[in-house]
Design a protein around this ligand. Structure first.
Ligand SMILES: Cc1cc2nc3c(=O)[nH]c(=O)nc-3n(C[C@H](O)[C@H](O)[C@H](O)COP(=O)(O)OP(=O)(O)OC[C@H]3O[C@@H](n4cnc5c(N)ncnc54)[C@H](O)[C@@H]3O)c2cc1C
Length: 405
């Protein structure tokens, strides 16, 4: 790992940093600050028992991440394998009509890596002894010269800086800002993964190396290939990842969709295997009426689709003395931007730079850091809403309602 500089050179004691949340933003901040000599520890609520971590507070399920420039740079700086070696290249976007013919193509080269792969690469370079799973932060006390962090098991940790990287349902944010809650955007993403070898060779070829979109009435479907479950990139061993953005009104209808087979209402994610069969059956009817045959087929083929409701979140402030919010704890932007992780990376990199420039003066560094991060978060939020509106997502259409069953 490349160590850029050591802010302990300016301070007698290394800065003690506690990070709540060990997913993308927590790990990126942890690495960036560890590399400048901070005494960092990450506390993650989930006990991963081996592998699959979270994706937007949920299991990743093989989701792919578009490797934006910021991610690329960050990985390179930390000596992590070049994404091309572990990622999949998509050369263009193609848009299809209801009968499956291509109406528009554009060249948009991009590399995608699997979420799991990115997480494992980051975890590999962050010291194990500083990453604590199964540790839930429940609150903190802030004073002028330190923060005392409280854990569920009644332990406490004292630090110079507390970073809330605890995602959309952030405990740290809820202690700081009472009225900044995620707002449901009026639509959900149905999602699924299909093994490439299940597809006929014609179908697999049609979708290989591209993003394919279909825009229907107030709905959008898209699909692309992602690496296999263990990062496989060989033809036939990859998976097709599809998404179907579909309007579901808030309240009764959303509750019906998000009530799992055990009667529990999920809020931010409905995992594979928990969606009720009645709900899947209703969606099959809608798919038959509105989607091109190929997407109907994907829905049929997917054994266990899962659901991610789309939320917007923005905060008026990210800094509160010696406490700051990063990643989805501060801004949740719509997935159309494909920028959630690059935003988290930017928050982390610029925080480390600010701390270096201030010689380890936490309060001064955070004051400098905040305005640019707020501007970026607000910009991406607006961009996501604009992209969603352009496809009339979240805007009522037609007579379809998913019933309570
Ligand atoms: C459908 C969909 C598709 C997306 N596609 C992309 C994409 O292609 N590219 C992209 O860049 N982004 C994408 N995103 C966004 C991306 O998933 C998020 O921006 C990113 O996961 C945010 O990371 P995070 O670490 O801030 O939050 P999270 O991933 O939510 O992690 C928060 C972590 O904090 C932990 N935690 C929570 N509370 C506590 C606590 N009290 N104490 C300790 N730990 C706690 C959680 O267990 C979790 O591990 C997508 C999002 C959606 C919904």
């Amino acid at each position: 790992m490349q160590v850029k500089a050591d802010i302990t050179q300016q301070n007698s004691q290394p800065l003690r940093v506690v990070i709540a949340g060990g997913s993308m933003s927590g790990l990126c901040a942890g690495l960036a600050l560890h590399c400048i000599g901070c005494d960092v520890e990450i506390f993650e609520r989930a006990s991963y028992q081996g592998v699959t971590p979270t994706f937007g507070s949920v299991q990743s399920h093989g989701a792919a991440v578009v490797v934006q420039m910021e991610i690329n740079q960050f990985l390179a700086e930390h000596g992590i394998s070049i994404p091309e070696a572990v990622g999949m290249t998509s050369c263009k976007r193609q848009y299809i009509t209801g009968d499956g013919s291509i109406i528009w193509e554009e060249s948009t080269p991009q590399v995608m890596i699997s979420w799991d792969m990115l997480y494992h690469q980051l975890r590999k370079v962050f010291p194990d002894e500083r990453y604590h799973q199964g540790n839930s932060v429940i609150g903190f006390q802030l004073s002028d010269d330190c923060v005392v962090v409280h854990f569920e098991d009644e332990r406490e940790e004292k630090c110079d800086l507390l970073i809330g990287a605890d995602g959309v349902d952030s405990t740290i944010r809820q202690q700081l800002i009472l009225n900044a809650m995620p707002q449901y955007a009026g639509y959900i993403a149905w999602r699924g993964l299909i093994d490439e070898n299940v597809l006929s060779s014609d179908v697999a070829k049609f979708f290989a190396d591209k993003f394919t979109f279909f825009n229907g009435p107030s709905m959008q479907t898209l699909c692309y290939l992602v690496p296999g479950p263990n990062g496989e990139l060989d033809e036939g061993k990859r998976r097709l990842n599809w998404l179907w953005y579909f309007n579901v009104s808030d309240g009764e209808e959303l509750n019906a969709v998000m009530t799992n087979h055990q009667g529990r209402v999920r809020r931010f994610f409905m995992p594979q295997g928990e969606v009720r069969e009645e709900v899947v059956q209703q969606m099959r009817v809608v798919a038959k009426r509105y989607l091109p045959e190929i997407f109907q087929y994907f829905f049929e083929l997917t054994d266990k689709p899962f659901i991610q409701p789309i939320y917007d979140l923005s905060v008026p402030r990210m800094v509160f003395g010696r406490v700051c919010l990063i990643g989805d704890a501060a801004f949740v932007v719509r997935p159309h931007t494909a920028a959630g992780i690059s935003k988290a990376v930017t928050n982390a990199i610029e925080l480390a730079q600010g701390l270096q420039e201030s010689g380890g003066d936490v309060v001064a560094a955070l004051e400098q850091w905040e305005p640019i991060q707020l501007a970026m978060g607000n910009y991406l939020k607006v961009l996501g809403v604009t992209l969603g509106n352009r496809s009339r997502l979240g805007h009522p259409f037609g007579e379809f309602k998913i019933h309570g069953c």
